[in-house]
Ligand binder design. Structure first.
Ligand SMILES: *Cc1c(COP(=O)(O)O)cnc(C)c1O
Length: 421
């Protein structure tokens, strides 16, 4: 490595120590990956996946075998009745929006029990922006249970708040916040609390960044519907676009009616030439998620040694693939992101700048030198330019390249005089 890249030798010493600090975590990550790989492999076998599933269909997509079998594989992996896995979802937000509009009706109440939802969902719900076309515009009421000061669910407040709610909404990942990711155990507790006062509520989980991080998924813990993006964890870095919704069959059908048309639902929407990538991506996903998690664990160990506070703290289990590095200044964020970009395989020669991204409230800086545009299962770093100037690091298709990217970011900060060794 030293003979290829010119890193400061003291930085390489710190990196070697950081890797040792993280060794127990690496072993735990591998154990989860092995279990999730088994789930995926078993589903491919029991659904009899063959090369015929990879051939694309066009036109209306009636009897599109690849598409229909992929839904079944997905449902088996996530232990659900049905799934809707489609390249037609343009992003995770689109899949989440489809699920919300699919299930909610005028007069219904949606209650988020994990504080404010991910930035882009605020406009969908109608709590930010003009509200035009939002759930609020269609007469859906919104309530929210804020997290405690420690960033944990407020279990005391949840039962009263979810009484009468049609959808009880949870976000598994920390998103752009400093709160910890929700563990599957916490999701189980919330589901049980909810069922006690509101047995008919639809428990919906934004599963973005959470797939294959734990032995179980939210659907093993009482969730009725999970939603995620294929350019994050379950696409394994191979799926080119898309999202998924999985859960109870009647709810998945409502979502399919929203995605396509009432009456047509899941039976239309051709897979074009996307199937092979979606199958291969799902097959790779547990291992790719492990590589991303190791990259994050390494970064937390290294930057802790370099004097920065990181979340989750080194040695603590993460419930998603995100590692937060509190870099304390806008300049440090820029230098770090410039380094992640420079350490990427694609677009390594450009310098990221903060910009007003659609759907986000603050200016956001993003480093992503990715094969798939915006794919955050690939090594990427981003963050809103606001206190506490924290960078959210995620992804890393391979651990070796993820580690080199993190080292390039540290070297960039060192060169800018923003790091002392
Ligand atoms: C990524 C993400 C989303 C959806 O974002 P898109 O960029 O639209 O895919 C929603 N919630 C969380 C927690 C996310 O991480």
């Amino acid at each position: 490595m030293k003979s290829v890249f010119d890193f400061d030798s003291r930085l390489l010493d710190a990196a070697a120590q950081a890797e040792q600090d993280a060794s127990a975590q690496f072993a735990a990550i591998d154990a989860v990956s092995q279990h999730c790989t088994a789930k995926v492999l078993k589903a491919f076998q029991s659904q009899k996946i063959s090369a015929a599933c990879f051939a694309g269909a066009n036109g209306y997509g009636y009897d599109d075998i690849g598409r229909d079998q992929l839904d079944k594989v997905w449902a088996e992996v996530f232990h659900t009745e049905d799934a809707l896995v489609r390249h037609h979802f343009v992003s995770g937000t689109h899949a989440l929006s489809t699920a919300l509009f699919g299930v909610l009706r005028p007069g219904d109440r949606l209650v988020s029990v994990t504080g404010s939802p991910y930035d882009t969902l605020e406009e969908v719900i109608g709590i930010r922006g003009s509200g035009n076309g939002s759930l609020r515009d269609f007469g859906v009421q919104y309530g929210q249970v804020d997290l405690t000061a420690e960033g944990l669910p407020d279990y005391d407040a949840i039962p009263e708040a979810v009484r009468g709610a049609r959808v009880v909404y949870l976000q598994r990942s920390r998103g752009y916040s400093l709160r910890p990711a929700l563990s599957v155990a916490a999701i189980r507790s919330i589901a049980e609390l909810t069922r006690r006062v509101n047995p008919d509520a639809v428990i919906m989980v934004d599963n973005c960044y959470g797939e294959f991080v734990d032995y179980d998924e939210p659907t093993d813990a009482g969730a009725d519907l999970i939603i995620g993006s294929l350019i994050k964890n379950p696409g394994g870095g191979i799926a080119e676009t898309g999202g998924y919704i999985a859960g109870r069959a009647a709810l998945v059908e409502q979502c399919a009616y929203r995605l396509t048309c009432v009456g047509m639902g899941k039976e239309v929407g051709c897979s074009l030439n996307q199937c092979r990538q979606m199958y291969l991506g799902l097959f790779m996903a547990p291992e790719v998620v492990a590589n991303a998690r190791k990259t994050g664990a390494f970064a937390a160990a290294l930057f802790t040694r370099l004097g920065f506070s990181c979340l989750p703290e080194p040695g603590r289990t993460a419930g998603d693939i995100i590692t937060v590095l509190k870099l304390r200044s806008p300049r440090a964020m820029e230098a770090f992101c410039a380094g992640i970009q420079a350490g990427s395989p694609v677009d390594s020669y450009v310098t990221p700048e903060a910009w007003d991204m659609p759907g986000y409230e603050s200016r956001v800086i993003m480093a992503a030198g990715t094969f798939t545009g915006g794919a955050s299962i690939e090594l990427s770093a981003d963050g809103p330019m606001r206190e506490p100037y924290a960078v959210y690091l995620q992804g890393g298709l391979t651990y070796g390249s993820g580690k080199l990217g993190v080292l390039t970011a540290a070297q960039s900060m060192l060169d800018a005089g923003l790091l002392t060794l």
